[in-house]
Structures are given as C-alpha cells and as structure tokens.
Write a new protein. Structure first.
Length: 341
C-alpha cells in the first residue's frame, strides 16, 4: 500500500515536515511518501525555500526578534525570495491569543523583512505566504514603513499566497477573536479597518472590499494589493511546486490534516485542497486532525472519507503533548484495516 502523507502543520505543536517524516518511518506500511504542505501560513517558507538566512526584525508587538528570509533558485536561473508573514508577526511568536494585544499588534515586522529582501539580493520575484498572523491592523504598520522608506514602487513582481478568501473589512469579525480580541476590541478593530479602507481608496484608488482575500493576515494582504501584488492561493502555490497532483495520482491512500478542522478548512486551506485533488482522482482520504467541530467531521464522513480526531481519542491535553507519537501509533493501528482489499 502506497500512502501519501500530505499534512499541514499542527500549529504550535508539530510542523508539517515533522508530521510527514514521522509517518514515513512507520514500518507497517509498504511505502509512505512525504509531502508536507502549507496554505500560506506556518511552514510556507520551510517547504518552499532551498535555503534561508536570519534577519533582525520585530514581532507583532514590537519586540525585537529574528526571522528568516528564504530563497529559491540560483544566480543562473534567477533567485526568488520567499517570505512568510508568520515568521515575524505570527500568533505563535507572541505566545498565542492569550499573550497577544490585538489592538496594538501590527505588521511593521514584515516591512522590515521586505526591505531586507530588496537590500540583500536582486530577486526575479518575491513570493509571500500571508497567514497565521497575530495582527488585524489592515497592513497599516507595513504600509507606513514602506512609504517612509520610499519602497512603494517595487520593480520586482510580488505574489501573495493566501490561506483565506475573506475581504478586507470582514477581517476583524472573522479572525480577531482567534487572535485574542474580545467583543469590544473586535468593534474597535472593525471600525479601524473601515477607516483604513477609505484611506487606501483615496491613496491608491482601490476599494479593497471588492477583492477576495484582502482580509488575509488581518488585512495585510490588502496592503500588498495596493502595492501592485497579485493575490493567489497559498495552497495552489505550494501544491504546484511540490507536484502534489502527481503524488496523489501515485498513491493508494492519501493522509492529510491540520491542527484544527472546521468548515473553513474546506475553503482555501490544505485539507480542502487535498480533498479536491484526491476526489478528482478517485483516491480515498484519511483526515487526521488535532481537534474538530462536529459539523466539519460530519461533512467529511458525508463525502465518504475516514476522519480521526486526536483530542476525541485521547483527550485535548494528551493530543497537544505528543501529536507525533499519536499519529504514528494511529497509522500502525489502522494500516491493515485501511489497506485496499
């Protein structure tokens, strides 16, 4: 039996690469092929970059930190810079929602990474994974520093890999609660985004609410669009570069998953993208996640797929403590039953 392990990260507990590597080491399966994935959030740079270097920047709360700039290609073929917004302003970097200050959090750290990317090389393009952030600042921190540095006009093509299709003004209501914002703070952030929308329209002639995906990373993707970037699917960018469709075609069983499964997982996220490709090729899918909503689990089973939720099997605390060990043991236990007859 050939199994394809095509996982996103379990945010804050296990990287996509580590999950796939552990499953590839399970001895009871004939072959497990590793294919770690990302939709633009955590892990985007790890999967796509050939190499990277460290850069001094600031996190979402303005604290000094070190993040990475990634590179793909060579001087002969042309170097593409790979950025991941979560490297600088990720929610996990500030300690999660409980440690975040959603009103103060901003995107300045990404502007510093962007500036350094232009200083350190002459890239043929820049690809930015836009997700997993702690901010809902509408890109204000980013665009303010870019304007101050005179970098609004960038001759390098920009592509922004998004993990959601949410529009600019909706970013606060949809994402801010996940970043630690209470009801009153969500109202403040929503009001601020509405004001910023008018500002972008006045300065750049763009109504960001007319474009899908401009709410990604708390509206930071809208700032990139204002600079002339192309907004695209982060999952599609990764899937194309790692030849996911070919790997799925070669597999007998596709395993995928993420830390938290809900209905949004089927729209622009790794699980939804893998399901779509696998179903189009008639391949069975086994989704293994840390936790899940009942609605999402029901939707998967209605589509005829196997689903396992670690927190339901062993409890939330154990699921967070040793997800890699649990995944390996689960594959050992299930491999014979899942083997095609």
């Amino acid at each position: 039996m050939k199994v394809l392990a095509a996982f996103d990260s379990f945010k804050g507990t296990a990287s996509a690469r580590d999950i796939c590597r552990v499953l590839a080491g399970v001895p009871t399966v004939d072959e497990v092929r590793e294919c770690p994935l990302s939709d633009g959030g955590d892990g985007f740079l790890d999967i796509l970059a050939d190499r990277w270097e460290q850069v001094d920047t600031v996190d979402a709360l303005g604290h000094p930190c070190v993040a990475r700039l990634g590179y793909r290609g060579s001087d002969q073929s042309g170097v593409e810079v790979i950025l991941e917004t979560a490297e600088a302003i990720g929610l996990t970097r500030v300690g999660g929602a409980a440690q975040n200050d959603p009103i103060r959090a901003d995107s300045t750290g990404v502007a510093i990474l962007f500036e350094e990317a232009l200083k350190r090389t002459q890239p043929v393009s820049i690809l930015i994974g836009c997700g997993g952030s702690a901010v809902t600042d509408g890109g204000l921190g980013f665009i303010r520093r870019i304007r101050q540095r005179g970098l609004e006009t960038c001759a390098v093509p920009l592509r922004i890999g998004l993990d959601v299709q949410t529009r600019f003004s909706d970013a606060a209501a949809v994402f801010a609660p996940q970043k630690g914002a209470g009801a009153d703070e969500v109202k403040v952030l929503a009001s601020r985004l509405k004001a910023l929308r008018r500002w972008y329209q006045r300065w750049y002639g763009l109504d960001l609410d007319q474009f899908d995906g401009t709410g990604a990373a708390g509206g930071l993707s809208g700032a990139f669009l204002a600079l002339g970037a192309i907004l695209t699917s982060g999952f599609d960018e990764v899937a194309g570069r790692v030849q996911l469709a070919r790997h799925i075609g070669d597999a007998d069983l596709v395993m995928t998953g993420e830390g938290r499964l809900d209905m949004s997982s089927f729209d622009g996220k790794v699980v939804g993208g893998v399901l779509k490709l696998a179903e189009s090729r008639g391949k069975p899918v086994w989704v293994v996640v840390g936790s899940a909503t009942a609605e999402a689990v029901h939707a998967l089973r209605q589509r005829g797929h196997q689903v396992s939720v670690l927190s339901d099997l062993v409890g939330p605390e154990a699921a967070l403590t040793d997800p890699l060990g649990l995944l390996a043991r689960l594959l050992v236990a299930e491999s014979d039953r899942m083997r095609p007859r």
